[in-house]
Design a protein around this ligand. Structure first.
Ligand SMILES: Cc1cc2nc3c(=O)[nH]c(=O)nc-3n(C[C@H](O)[C@H](O)[C@H](O)COP(=O)(O)OP(=O)(O)OC[C@H]3O[C@@H](n4cnc5c(N)ncnc54)[C@H](O)[C@@H]3O)c2cc1C
Length: 510
């Protein structure tokens, strides 16, 4: 049976309009099901659930007689938890916005869209195709640039999956002990590794390549590095990519280099909701891949998996030195190296990094958390987002918070959403002190800071998001930094006497 798009609307004309739009575009690949009441749609969804059918998108009218569209979508979602929920609102009905925005914040609907009006209604199709594309990207069998076979709980496998995910390269991963993995290893005559083995789209195998070798083989590096640049941007997170877009759009010869891949921290975020222009949020990797396209369209060059190791002056030029010895001459340098996760510093857990212990939101690991007990350490926005994303898959997500509340460091919308997510617990005044497992994390030891008592809990995974350290250690001493290593800018660069003088000058004359 084809995957299903199911719509419900009580008005015959409106339902016909939705049906016509869906049939005209999606009939060849998807089953279109339309129902005229919430009750009949729920009965139908239950039958589909029993039959094992895959419902991808649920569309519902905002207002219905027996229940509201939001209530219906909530119940429908219990039957098909993976389906995306779209609330259809009539043209110009902005009065409905408060309950709708609340429903989005509480995770009760995924999108809202205006009812299709004219035909074809491209705004409506824009929403539908985005949802279908997201679904397709999560599917196995999407055309892949590279297939990786590696040991499931090996930290290097985790690192490779993370890099590929953030590079935006379509890839597949198979464990060495899976049927697919074994078949692929047999095909490239490497049944015993060493792992991971990369199999390119054209069949070429790379055996346990370095990140550098993989980047070259997969064609993710495209730049010419001759001559003098106008701007070298170090770091391809959102800040670096913005600098690349604006540098290149001003006609400056711009290159952005990153020691890892595109996207920085943002690339690991499952959903960013506070970025201008994306009212319903956007995945971090998607945001950065769009920024990369934008920078590229203005002529910016990119070079990934290249670490900047030194910076010096040569007359009026600045020279950025890369780890492989390449020297990039430029008129200006933008430092946008961001920061990386603060480590827990617990040796037993550090030895399990990639094997159940993860730094960051763990988008790539989320699906593997299906039915598991998962812990998230931290109380900032990134920890909150990670918990919400993981809760879609895990049986239970427990947030471990050192302080007495989450609200101080987390945006209000995330605090509300966490409180409304049934399978997230928040344990306050708690710290992680130890953890164990044979080859992968199996249990954690936690301490209640009020009572001082320690307890051991079973744990399949621990995601750590407890703040960040700046990546400025490689800079020469001539670049001024504060005690924590952050580069001083603006007024902070002025000697104390100058700032004191400014304050004195601003004081009223006696
Ligand atoms: C899971 C998660 C969710 C988040 N969600 C949100 C959110 O919803 N809203 C929000 O506002 N913020 C969010 N954040 C925070 C946001 O992602 C960061 O504030 C943002 O990414 C910072 O951007 P940046 O470009 O300054 O640095 P980064 O994103 O840290 O990027 C810096 C880049 O520089 C590279 N680099 C470092 N050193 C070198 C070197 N020597 N040579 C070459 N390259 C180097 C790194 O590899 C990295 O790619 C989230 C963060 C995380 C981890």
């Amino acid at each position: 049976m084809k995957p299903i798009l199911l719509a419900v609307h009580e008005e015959t004309r409106d339902l016909e309009m939705i049906q016509r739009e869906l049939l005209s575009r999606y009939d060849a690949d998807y089953e279109i099901v339309c129902e005229q009441s919430a009750a009949s749609a729920l009965v139908r969804l239950d039958l589909l659930r029993v039959a094992g059918a895959q419902v991808l998108v649920l569309f519902a009218a905002d207002e219905m007689t027996a229940m509201t569209g939001i209530e219906y979508l909530q119940r429908a979602h219990e039957l098909h938890p993976r389906a995306q929920r779209v609330l259809l609102i009539p043209w110009g009905n902005r009065s409905a916005s408060k309950p709708i925005l609340r429903a989005v914040s509480l995770g009760r609907i995924d999108r809202f869209a205006t009812m299709p009006g004219r035909s074809p209604d491209e705004n409506f199709h824009h929403v539908v195709t985005e949802l279908l594309r997201d679904w397709q990207q999560q599917q196995h069998g999407t055309p892949t640039v590279v297939t990786v076979v590696g040991e499931r709980w090996d930290p290097r496998s985790h690192e490779v999956r993370d890099l590929l995910q953030r590079s935006g390269l379509p890839f597949a991963f198979h464990a060495t002990d899976s049927d697919e993995g074994r078949a692929l290893l047999h095909q490239v005559q490497r049944p015993t590794g060493p792992f991971p083995v990369f199999i390119r789209f054209d069949g070429q195998a790379l055996i346990n390549p370095t990140n550098e070798e993989a980047a070259v083989a997969l064609g993710v590096r495209h730049s010419s590095e001759e001559g003098v640049f106008d701007v070298v941007v170090v770091g391809a997170g959102p800040a670096g990519l913005s600098a690349a877009v604006y540098g290149a759009s001003e006609g400056l010869r711009t290159i952005v280099v990153d020691r890892e891949t595109i996207g920085g921290q943002a690339g690991t975020s499952s959903l960013i909701r506070n970025y201008l222009g994306f009212p319903l949020g956007i995945g971090g990797a998607e945001l950065c891949s769009r920024a990369l396209d934008q920078a590229w369209s203005f002529g910016a060059e990119t070079s990934v998996l290249r670490r900047a190791t030194d910076l010096r002056a040569d007359g009026t030029d600045r020279i950025v030195v890369l780890a492989d010895g390449t020297e990039l001459a430029t008129r200006a340098v933008v430092l946008a190296m961001g920061a990386s996760y603060q480590r827990l510093g617990i040796p037993s857990l550090e030895s399990l990094v990639g094997a159940g212990v993860f730094y960051g939101g763990g988008i790539t690991e989320a699906q593997a958390m299906e039915g598991q007990l998962v812990y998230v350490v931290g109380a900032g926005n990134s920890a909150g987002q990670a918990a919400i994303h993981l809760a879609k898959y895990a049986e239970r997500v427990t947030m471990i918070v050192r302080g007495g509340a989450v609200g101080a460091s987390m945006s209000d919308y995330l605090v509300t959403l966490i409180a409304a997510t049934e399978n997230i617990d928040v344990w306050l005044c708690t710290t992680v002190i130890d953890g164990h497992g044979a080859g992968r994390l199996e249990e954690l030891v936690l301490r209640d800071s009020n009572t001082g008592k320690a307890r051991t809990v079973p744990a399949a995974a621990l995601f750590v998001l407890i703040g960040a350290q700046p990546h400025t250690g490689w800079l020469p001493s001539s670049i001024e930094r504060d005690q924590r290593g952050f580069v001083l800018t603006g007024e902070n660069l002025l000697p104390a006497s100058v700032t004191t003088g400014a304050a004195a000058a601003a004081a009223p004359l006696a």
